[in-house]
Design a binder for this molecule. Sequence first.
Ligand code: HEC
Ligand code: HEC
Length: 249
Amino acid sequence: MAWRYRAVVLLVLLLMMVLISACGDPRPIRRLPAPTPIAREVGPTPTLVPELAAAAGEEQVATAPGGGEQATLPVPPARPVAAEGQQIFAQNCAACHGADGKGVVQGTPNFADPAFWRERTPAESFQVITDGRGAMPAWKGTLDEQQRWNVLFYAFDFAVDEETLATGQQIFAQSCAACHGADGKGVVQGTPDFTDPAYLATTTMAQQFEVVTNGRGAMPAWGNQLSEDERWAVIMYIRTLGYDSTRQP
Ligand code: HEC
Ligand code: HEC
């Protein structure tokens, strides 16, 4: 019966090691945006989730704001730099998407329209660049992970208007920085880190708009104080905190 005792002791030791190693690694925690009730409603569509989970493979992933064990979304390994995507875009994408991002080939979206980007997480668009969809080719064999993130945010930059950005920056400094920090990293407890690319990759502007409009917890509602355009402007500004944009306020 001694072997049985030893096996139990061994199992307990093993469990303790797993627990200790899990506690010692702060990275997964830092990377995960706090699960939010809003995000839960907005989360990825059920049909998209298995695709995303399967395609994520060994790449960087984070639990989607929606939570749930299979809701993993790809996140950038490093902060995306839109300027690094410029040449990639000119060489590989402009033929179909146009040098201005407005689209040449039938079925291509208009990247210059901010509304195109509002309902989707950057992670979802990254997945389309990675695996392709319909007439859109897959780029995972041609571009490495970081290049795909860089070119995605180069495409996103077509929607970033500098005047809007300047408006957003001003509103942020006046009304938001007290709690979110002048750098967007967060001062008050519970505020997300807007400069974290993982936060950027897994949130939609639409869900941010909802929270900015109606508030949530310690986050005040701005629906009565800021116009719809002003709310979208400040959200656009917040987006650009998560990557190096080619646009300046
Ligand atoms: C052969 C033409 C073609 C080329 C080349 C091409 N695309 Fe596309 N792309 C499309 C089409 C068509 C769609 C729309 C696909 C759909 O909605 O099913 C699309 C969709 C997209 C989307 C929208 C994904 C979403 O969130 O719905 C992004 C982002 C994108 N392409 C980026 C790129 C990038 C970056 C490159 C270059 C590395 C590129 N495309 C090259 C044709 C192309
Ligand atoms: C009094 C402090 C405070 C002020 C002022 C404030 N916020 Fe917040 N904000 C918070 C807190 C706290 C949260 C986290 C709320 C939660 O998750 O329950 C938050 C969350 C957010 C989120 C995250 C929503 C999500 O689901 O990812 C956005 C976007 C946001 N705030 C934008 C703004 C903007 C824009 C302004 C200025 C117009 C602003 N905040 C002003 C405290 C504040």
